[in-house]
Design a binder for this molecule. Structure first.
Ligand code: PMP
Length: 389
């Protein structure tokens, strides 16, 4: 008797349910912002990556509308065929100017930027040294490249050195790849030390600035700027979808690197160019990041206030170490984090439970925005203090 070749899918879902690992979408019914409408109710939003509150900014929306009226909705082809518009070049120049690099290239998402860049830079004869907590796009880019991948312990420079000493010599090229702000923890990679090791062992360095761009550094250029490493030989990947409030990804670096990407990154060459609306919105966002540093100052102020409130009023709760607007409350297990997430939601706070397999230990992830008001932060702490954790 032939068996149903798809039956395993349902069994697998049952296992996912049993482990409290099941996930499903929640519908947001308003513009993005510090307060949003979620499934019929107004909630304070600690769940978005819209750190500067730009995704709902009138100027980005107007830029997207104007670009759509001028160029239409779709870009109709890949950049090397019919997809390239003047706007793409303007955005790439703006990213290069923000990052103070020679050039930049825009991808259709940050995920695609990491896949394409890593696959273009290294292959079978090469080595990737990767932080164990790297984002999925870095991990899958590493797999796609066919290079030998060796993980080092999270942000552990000693372990990176040991692994370089063990493996580097057996390979042609070596790429050290790391998030700068770790998206599910909020801590930073030890960039200056990584760059030192990269010099010693002749390695390229790729950093994912997804959660740092627009947020960290005096001009909002990111973690590279925050650590005073602007101008160093670094491959900077990032997204236009978090602090920049749009959609798309980028790589910034030397002119040679970017020229090489245009010729060798499959996820740029063989995919449709970023839409005119997304491109124009990101361009408007970069202008705001450069002209309104007070947004970053306010964001940092909000982070400091929330950390202080949590330390004072919730001393029994453990906050994971963080130097970014991502603050994580550590919880014992997936069931507890689901319960707290649910109770927060019932009380009008939107903050997701993050569980394995996304992270090794369960937590509630709080994303602070520059547009949160003091009352929002206080309400969050009031609600948390009323939940039995
Ligand atoms: N890198 C990191 C660290 C991220 O958090 C994300 C988004 N979750 C990405 C890359 C992918 O970016 P995008 O959403 O633009 O595909």
């Amino acid at each position: 008797m032939p068996t149903n070749p798809y039956a395993w899918i349902e069994q697998s879902l049952t296992t996912i349910h049993k482990a409290d690992w099941y996930r499903s979408v929640q519908t947001l019914q308003s513009r993005p912002g510090a307060v949003v409408r979620l499934e019929g109710r107004e909630v304070i939003n600690f769940a978005s990556n819209d750190y500067l509150g730009l995704a709902g900014d009138e100027r980005l929306m107007q830029a997207a509308i104007a670009a759509t009226q001028k160029y239409g909705t779709g870009s109709t082809g890949s950049r090397l065929l019919s997809g390239h518009r003047e706007l793409h070049g303007e955005l790439e120049n703006a990213i290069a100017s923000l990052k103070q690099t020679e050039d930049a290239i825009v991808f259709s998402s940050g995920y695609l930027a990491n896949l394409g860049t890593i696959a273009a830079l290294v292959g079978k004869r090469d080595l990737i040294l990767a932080d164990q907590y790297n984002h999925s796009s870095l991990k899958n880019g590493a797999i796609l490249s066919g290079a030998v991948v060796v993980d080092y312990a999270h942000a552990d420079i000693e372990d990176l050195k040991i692994k370089l000493a063990q493996h580097r010599q057996q390979h042609r090229r070596c790429l050290i790849a790391t998030d700068t702000v770790f998206s599910m923890d909020g801590d930073l990679c030890p960039l200056p030390e990584i760059l030192e090791l990269a010099e010693e062992f002749s390695c390229m360095v790729l950093v994912d600035e997804a959660h740092a761009t627009g947020v960290l550094g005096a001009t909002g250029a990111g973690c590279v700027e925050y650590f005073g490493c602007t101008g160093r030989a670094i491959i900077q990947v990032g997204t236009l979808s978090k602090a920049l409030g749009s959609l798309g990804g980028y790589v910034a670096g030397s002119a040679t690197l970017i020229d090489f990407m245009r010729n060798r990154a499959p996820s740029w060459i063989y995919t449709t160019a970023l839409s005119p609306a997304d491109t124009a919105a990101a361009l408007a966002a970069i202008e705001i990041v450069q002209q309104e540093p007070e947004r970053r100052t306010q964001l940092q102020r909000n982070v400091d206030i929330l950390k202080q409130l949590i330390a004072q009023r919730l001393p029994h709760l453990k906050l994971l170490p963080s130097e970014s607007p991502i603050l994580c409350l550590s919880l014992a297990n997936a069931a507890d984090s689901l319960k707290v997430g649910q109770e927060l939601k019932s009380a009008g706070i939107f903050a997701p439970a993050i569980r394995p397999p996304t992270v090794p230990t369960s937590r509630i992830r709080l994303s602070v925005m520059s547009t949160h008001e003091l009352a929002h932060l206080e309400k969050l702490v009031d609600v948390l203090s009323a939940i039995a954790i």
